[in-house]
Design a protein around this ligand. Sequence first.
Ligand code: HEC
Ligand code: HEC
Ligand code: HEC
Ligand code: HEC
Length: 189
Amino acid sequence: MHRLNTLLHTLLIAGGAALAGLSFVAPPASALEASFVGAKKCKVCHKKEEVGNQYGHWQKSAHAHAYETLASDKAKEKAQTLGIDDPQKSPKCLKCHVTAFPVMDDLANQKITLEEGVSCESCHGAGSLYKKKKTMKGIAEGKIDRASVGLTKPDEAVCKRCHNQDNPFDNGFDFEAAYKKIAHERPKK
Ligand code: HEC
Ligand code: HEC
Ligand code: HEC
Ligand code: HEC
């Protein structure tokens, strides 16, 4: 972990180019003062079938295993061709395979883990300001502006922060088809 911190630090102070690369996958500006709470926090209220079991849907999706994937033979082989030692430690891979990437240098003080891979907050925004039930209900009822508490509308642009040509396995991205595979809507009333 220490080695990685040092690595990230080097990246951060490397200036312009490196920073541009990092901010590419960082959450939108409106959510920057909010912090990550981790998928387990969302689970408490989003696991019942009556409300659509978003947690269960996510757990079955590839996103939940995105960190694990970086330990696979396929990942290691690809990494080798790019001069990367360990994909699970390289910012070049982690930036799209874990939600926690923007806070890697302070992970010990965060509620989110690398293991949860690409989780709720990668698409919906860091949750510390919107996770309270009252706030969530207020948003659903249109009384609270979602952007003001960092709840982003996950559209195609959000997906393309990671589903783009920087992905060494990229072979195009079809939003409609991809969305169907991860859909976790609430049941219609
Ligand atoms: C933070 C980066 C990130 C974001 C944002 C993201 N994805 Fe992904 N997605 C990944 C990674 C990494 C994988 C590969 C995970 C694995 O196989 O371990 C993946 C895999 C998938 C897969 C499974 C592969 C397939 O084609 O069957 C689908 C479907 C998918 N994403 C859809 C979406 C959609 C739709 C959005 C936007 C609403 C989205 N993703 C946003 C990183 C991201
Ligand atoms: C720009 C974002 C991005 C970066 C950087 C990235 N990935 Fe991925 N990775 C993805 C997405 C998105 C997918 C899912 C692609 C799909 O299936 O459509 C994926 C899928 C994968 C898969 C599964 C491929 C398969 O077909 O089973 C492996 C393995 C993988 N990535 C390894 C790596 C490694 C190793 C690195 C670092 C060298 C890396 N990735 C860097 C976004 C990224
Ligand atoms: C890969 C991106 C992605 C991930 C990961 C993700 N979501 Fe979503 N989520 C979406 C998209 C896209 C929609 C549909 C657009 C919308 O309703 O804003 C959505 C919709 C929702 C909705 C509203 C459903 C409705 O019918 O209005 C809830 C609630 C939700 N997600 C919760 C979660 C929770 C909880 C997690 C984690 C356990 C999670 N999401 C993980 C992209 C994602
Ligand atoms: C204390 C319970 C609670 C927690 C924790 C919680 N939510 Fe919610 N969430 C709700 C309720 C209640 C609604 C409104 C659902 C309704 O009225 O059908 C909601 C609605 C949503 C919506 C839909 C908003 C809209 O567009 O109408 C999204 C997206 C969402 N939650 C994501 C998350 C994510 C991501 C997390 C974790 C960071 C999370 N929630 C944590 C209770 C919670």
